[in-house]
Design a protein around this ligand. Structure first.
Ligand code: GRF
Length: 201
């Protein structure tokens, strides 16, 4: 399978995918054909360049409207003919054009146990709420924000001494393994989405 991965920051989830593919190019069942971002100068793009993978950047402010950005992002991704699009720390909400084009083959990883703590500050919100456990969720993206069908989740305990950074790093250790496992299985076995139920063959 052809993967396009979207990033906005450090790209450690992307790196986990690249490492898994590099260690078993035939067996993993997928390759990253491009990495896209909404901003330049981030480590996630450097990781792609180092791996010799084409990159593209679609900054929202470069377009006259959100819709134009969404359409440009959709075309930029479509140019690489992905089988699966993976949002790994991509911090923008895609619009109708993107979901219409890639819905059903667009997965996102979120650092909380959805439906708890959706949105851009899931780790901070779980900590502030006093949750005793939190975790991460890999799900298909639908028209909502962090509301699509859940594929897999991982649980992470919250420790009394945690601050946001420490908790997020502990979540990311689980998240990277979960994402690598899920993307590989989706790519190798194919899957069905029926309502909110995801079945990986
Ligand atoms: C991940 O925890 C992702 O769930 C969240 O931001 C983080 C991105 O980390 N949206 P990285 O860029 O993959 O290191």
């Amino acid at each position: 399978s052809r993967l396009v991965v979207l990033v906005s920051g450090s790209g450690t989830n992307l790196q986990a995918l690249l490492d898994a593919i590099a260690s078993d190019p035939e067996g993993y069942g997928a390759s990253v054909v491009a990495v896209g971002a909404d901003r330049d100068g981030i480590a996630g793009l450097d990781r792609a360049v180092k791996a010799g993978i084409p990159t593209f950047v679609c900054p929202v402010k470069a377009y006259g409207s959100r819709e134009e950005w969404d359409e440009a992002l959709t075309e930029a991704v479509a140019a690489f003919e992905p089988d699966l699009v993976v949002s790994a720390g991509f911090m923008k909400i895609v619009g109708k054009a993107f979901v219409d084009r890639f819905g059903g083959r667009f997965v996102n990883t979120h650092p909380a146990l959805l439906p708890a703590f959706p949105g851009a500050h899931g780790v901070r919100d779980a900590l502030a709420y006093g949750a005793k456990v939190t975790g991460c969720t890999v799900h298909f993206v639908d028209a909502g924000v962090d509301t699509g069908p859940i594929i897999a989740q991982g649980v992470v305990e919250v420790r009394d001494e945690d601050d946001e950074a420490a908790l997020h790093e502990r979540i990311k250790e689980v998240e990277r393994r979960l994402l690598v496992d899920v993307v590989g299985r989706l790519a190798r076995h194919g899957y069905r989405i029926e309502g909110r139920k995801v079945t990986i063959q």
